[in-house]
Design a protein around this ligand. Structure first.
Ligand code: DX5
Ligand code: ZN
Length: 218
């Protein structure tokens, strides 16, 4: 099944609760929550208190993308705050196994992500242990960038590897998605699509409907 995961990084934080309700009412299945530490990526976004606060008010699936150095330090805490899935960056840690186990033992699904410059084969040794691979289609750190076409081949390769091994691993992509290009990652094998600007800029409900229409027709 194809899943839309709107990224609140592009939301108007003054109206965050209301905008999340709109996203949920429109039929998006996940909420993508980008945590940035100012070290692994140049920017700082928000962290645990925001997730805890949102968790009290909505039951939508929290797809938490942690762009932080040494994710093993905090992975379990994000689950305690309400993350349903925690996706960490392969490049951010020397302790991949420990990070996977920390998330899993805390009771959440596990995702592993790679930046555009990281070869997709780097995640292959971990495929059996994760629920999702997130292929970044922009440099992590900021919303509103352009989809990098060079990443489409990586989506294809990870999907093939998942199928060859007969695994139930989701393939998520993140960055630069629009209603006009969403068909490209879907055709390449992605089934979880993050969209920030394309959802939160303009009419949210209309944007979600248009993106989801493309997802069902692809
Ligand atoms: C970038 C974040 C993305 C971002 C996507 O580091 O991981 O989730 O919010 O934003 P758009 O969809 O605007 O490219
Ligand atoms: Zn993200």
């Amino acid at each position: 099944m194809n899943i839309l995961s709107p990224s609140i990084l592009a939301a108007d934080f003054w109206q965050l609760g209301r905008q999340i309700e709109q996203v949920q009412c429109s039929g998006a299945q996940y909420l993508h929550i980008d945590v940035m530490d100012g070290i692994f990526v140049p920017s700082i976004s928000f962290g645990m208190p925001v997730i805890t606060s949102l968790r009290k008010r909505t039951d939508i699936f929290f797809d938490v993308h942690i762009m932080i150095q040494q994710p093993e330090r905090y992975a379990a805490q994000f689950v305690a705050c309400g993350a349903d899935m925690v996706t960490f960056h392969l490049e951010a840690t020397e302790h991949v196994q420990e990070t996977i186990e920390a998330i899993r033992q805390a009771g959440a699904r596990v995702g592993i992500s790679i930046k555009p410059d990281t070869p997709v084969e780097a995640v292959f040794p971990w495929l059996e242990q994760v629920d999702m691979v997130l292929v970044m289609t922009v440099q992590p750190g900021f919303g509103g960038q352009k989809y990098m076409d060079c990443c489409t081949e990586k989506i294809r390769r990870v999907r093939s590897a998942v199928m060859e091994r007969k695994l139930q691993v989701d393939v998520e992509i993140d960055g630069g998605v629009t209603v006009d290009n969403i068909g490209i990652p879907l055709a390449a094998g992605a089934n979880v699509i993050v969209a920030g600007s394309a959802v939160f800029h303009g009419d949210i409900q209309d944007n979600v409907h248009k993106l989801m229409a493309q997802m069902t027709s692809s």
